[in-house]
Ligand binder design. Structure first.
Ligand code: ZN
Ligand code: ZN
Length: 77
C-alpha cells in the first residue's frame, strides 16, 4: 500500500441527468427511467405523458475529488 495523505486534491464536477416534464415541469432524477411517464401529470389528469426535456445539471449534493499525487478518487457528501 502506498501511503498518501491526499493533500493535492482536484475537484471533479459531478453531473447528473435530469428529465423535466414539458407539461407540469416536474423533474425526475436519479436514473432508472426510460419509458416512464410523468407521475404528476398522471395524478392530475390520469394521462400518461412522455414528453420530457433532458437537462444536465451539476450535482451539488456530491463532491468528488481526485488526488493529484496518487490518482485516488475521493467522494464526500
Ligand atoms: Zn493521494
Ligand atoms: Zn408532467
Amino acid at each position: 500500500m502506498v501511503s498518501c495523505r491526499h493533500t493535492a486534491l482536484e475537484v471533479l464536477p459531478v453531473r447528473k441527468r435530469t428529465l423535466r416534464c414539458r407539461h407540469c415541469h416536474l423533474t425526475l432524477g436519479g436514473g432508472g427511467f426510460g419509458d416512464d411517464y410523468s407521475p404528476e401529470c398522471y395524478d392530475r389528469s390520469g394521462e400518461r405523458r412522455y414528453e420530457f426535456d433532458e437537462l444536465e445539471a451539476l450535482d451539488d449534493g456530491v463532491a468528488k475529488y481526485r488526488c493529484e499525487e496518487c490518482g485516488a478518487i475521493i467522494t464526500s457528501s
